[in-house]
Design a protein around this ligand. Structure first.
Ligand code: GYE
Length: 352
């Protein structure tokens, strides 16, 4: 009996010693096994075309840091889908734990996302959407309601013109669109077009892509001014950087922007620089698009890690900011949205 007890005790001690060794091993910071515990995320970013994009990249990089338990493999696709497809294939080869994709345009993803699915790697889509034949090719999407953004902007224009006593006047609009085929372009253009369709006195003179960049926004505006000159009343820019370029072109041509000028500029994103131009009145209205998606994507990954289920699609809440207070609220599809007048405090309270 005593013999048996001694044997059990010895086994118990041995297990204890081994367990202690195991603990010690895990606690050693220099041990390479601790690096393996990082969750590897491959992120294919569109590019660096705008202030919004820079803020988005920063949000992703600061969230998916080693300190937070991640190893981030970041790829800048320079606005080219082919580069994004190559990056995803590379992530698959590296056997990352998750693929995060901010797609440049909506279509053309079926094949490569099928490859990721076959490799068993969950794909999270962020910002713009993908248009795929099979929804199971991605796990979740988080981003903005771009069509709602466009409808809000058109709703603001309607209320603004009415408040200025110009509700019945003929209004000539030019649309400097984003990258054609990107969700942000599709939704914002659609929102404006719905507004034009609902107003017999609104005329869309032209719609041309400014590729979401300042340089292209300026170039496009220069040619629109050559073609239409002072017939233009409203310049609808589908992001802040296009608005910066358009404003430069308008001023260089000798026109004044703003509600007391020759034409008003409408914009999207509400980045810090965009809000500064809204405060000065160069941009009359700025519809917000929030780029801080890092923590939102992390929440999805955290839930998946715990074996939980996530929303297939999640929209972000966003505001609308104006230079003056002639419009304080707008109604879109039966819902009221407040319009906030930009002040120094409003800008200071924001982080991008
Ligand atoms: O509005 C623009 C950027 O997809 C929401 O892309 C994003 C858009 C954003 O280049 O500035």
């Amino acid at each position: 009996m005593l013999k048996r007890f001694t044997a059990v005790l010895m086994i118990f001690c041995l297990v204890f010693v081994l367990a202690a060794c195991g603990d010690k091993k895990e606690a050693t910071p220099s041990d390479s096994s601790s690096a393996k515990e990082l969750i590897t995320v491959g992120f294919s970013q569109v590019g660096a075309e705008s202030d919004w994009r820079t803020a988005n990249t920063e949000s992703m990089k600061s969230t998916f840091s080693e300190a937070n338990g991640f190893e981030l493999i970041f790829d800048d696709a320079q606005q080219k889908q082919d580069n994004q497809i190559a990056a995803i294939r590379n992530f698959i080869q590296q056997e990352v734990d998750y693929i995060v994709l901010a797609p440049v345009t909506e279509t053309g993803w079926d094949t490569v996302l099928q490859e990721a699915k076959d490799a068993g790697i969950p794909v999270i889509i962020v910002d713009r959407m993908v248009d795929v034949s099979d929804d199971s090719l991605y796990t979740a999407w988080v981003g903005s309601n771009f069509e709602l953004e466009g409808k809000k902007a058109a709703g603001w224009l309607d209320a603004y013109l009415k408040a200025a006593g110009k509700g019945e006047e003929e209004v000539n609009i030019v649309d400097i669109q984003g990258t054609i085929g990107a969700s942000a372009q599709i939704g914002r253009t659609a929102g404006l077009e719905a507004g034009v369709a609902a107003h017999s006195n609104w005329k869309l003179l032209a719609k041309v892509s400014g590729e979401f960049t300042q340089a292209k926004g300026q170039e496009v505006m220069e040619s629109l001014l050559k073609q239409y000159g002072d017939q233009i009343d409203v310049v609808y820019c589908e992001n802040d950087n296009e608005a910066f370029g358009a404003i430069d072109a308008i001023e260089a041509a000798g026109y004044k922007v703003g509600s007391d000028g020759d034409m008003i500029v409408m914009s999207f994103d509400s980045t810090n620089a965009g809000m500064t131009d809204t405060l000065s009145g160069k941009i009359t209205v700025n519809t917000e698009c929030n780029p801080l998606h890092g923590p939102r994507v992390q929440e999805i990954i955290d839930t998946l890690q715990k074996g939980g289920t996530v929303d297939k699609q999640k929209f972000v809440d966003e505001g609308i900011f104006s230079y003056d207070n002639s419009v304080t609220s707008i109604k879109v599809d039966g819902t009221d949205y407040p319009v906030t007048q930009v002040t120094d405090e409003v800008i200071k309270a924001r982080s991008y």
